[in-house]
Design a protein around this ligand. Structure first.
Ligand code: NDP
Length: 314
């Protein structure tokens, strides 16, 4: 495992990390989730991603129980939470100072930790002034409850506004963004954020490197049984299939075969080749998937510039 600085911070984050969206609670119960976390940690993964919204807080409870059982030293791993969707009541959602404060304290309890390394605004909140959010995050940093704060799926305009406010009041702007980035969804990361990475040198922990599994090729002939798109409550993901370019996926699948690796591995390495990526967050509903995905690192050098150029033509 290699480690990258999270943007211009001194934090060394593993190139591959492990997240819990959809999988924890719904597909992985404590025993399997613990096996996955242990396997990842033993192979150098140091970042575990979570959010107040995942399984309505139960994903954090599960991860917290696992931290408690595994007893890793707190200075050996990075854990995140995200604030935005905490509950149905008006005070339980969004990015007001109140909800940020409450969400952080609740996540600390659920995850059974004294501080969060990374705390993300899960989405932008048009109903809260950005300055209030910047101020609330800085307050949590001063209280020692979070170390770095970041955004997730904010527009470059919103990120710029956060920095403008932070600079004016001598506060910290976001240290990282958490956007979707993969072979099927690349425009925002590569085009819209280009100047943000250049100007503010923020890091990125990117999500859905396999586009929820689509890039493995297993959806090429329709939704397979026992896949994410069949998980109760996530059927809506199938609606996104109309916009997917399955020809492109098939070309990627063939290319991976030609190189002698799995499509999942090609897709993951492709993300890592972008220097603005600090960490690729992996998802897995089975230990065997996690093994395959972590093994992608062994193929890093097989993905040459020539192959990267070839992919750009698809
Ligand atoms: P991926 O795109 O890699 O999708 C993971 C899913 O794909 C798995 O759960 C599994 O689903 C399938 N899969 C993974 N590996 C394989 C394999 N080798 N062979 C076949 N199928 C495979 O990542 P996620 O969408 O899970 O995102 C990763 C993390 O990013 C999340 O856990 C979360 O922490 C974060 N995230 C953040 C978001 C944000 O808004 N900030 C949004 C979404 C995710 P199955 O077996 O069920 O088909």
């Amino acid at each position: 495992m290699k480690y990258r600085n999270l943007g211009n911070s001194g934090l060394k984050i593993s190139e591959l990390s492990f997240g819990s969206w959809v999988t924890f609670v719904n597909q992985l119960k404590e025993k399997e989730a613990m096996e996955c976390m242990s396997y990842a940690y033993e192979r150098g993964v140091n970042f575990f991603d979570n959010a107040e919204a995942y399984a309505s807080g139960e994903s954090e409870v599960l991860m917290g129980n696992i931290f408690n059982k595994l007893r890793w030293d707190r200075d050996t791993y990075i854990v995140s939470s995200k604030v935005f969707w905490g509950g149905e009541l008006p005070t339980q959602r969004g990015l007001s100072k109140k909800h940020i404060h409450d969400a952080c304290n609740a996540a600390l309890k659920r995850l059974r930790v004294d501080y969060l390394d990374l705390f993300f605004c899960h989405r932008p909140d048009p109903e809260t002034p950005i300055g209030e959010t910047v101020y609330a995050m800085n307050d949590l940093m001063l209280q020692g409850k979070i170390l770095y704060w970041g955004t997730s799926e904010w527009s470059s305009k919103e990120i710029k506004e956060a920095f403008k406010y932070a600079e004016k009041f001598n506060l910290r702007g976001p240290s990282m963004e958490q956007p979707q980035y993969n072979l099927l969804f690349r425009d925002r990361f590569e085009k819209e954020y280009k100047n943000i990475f250049k100007k503010y040198k923020i890091g990125s922990t990117i999500w859905s490197p396999l586009a929820s599994g689509l890039l493995t090729g297993k959806y090429n002939e329709g939704v397979p049984n026992k896949s994410r798109f069949k998980v109760k409550g996530y059927e809506w993901l199938s609606d996104t299939m109309d916009e997917i370019d399955f020809n492109k996926i098939k070309k990627i699948n063939n290319l991976a075969k030609k190189i002698g690796i799995k499509s999942s591995q090609l897709a993951i390495i492709w993300c890592l080749k972008n220097i603005n990526v600090s960490s690729v967050i992996l998802g897995a509903s089975k230990l065997s998937q996690l093994k395959e995905n972590l093994n992608s690192l062994k193929s890093y050098d097989l993905i040459t510039d020539e192959i990267m150029n070839e992919i750009n033509k698809y």
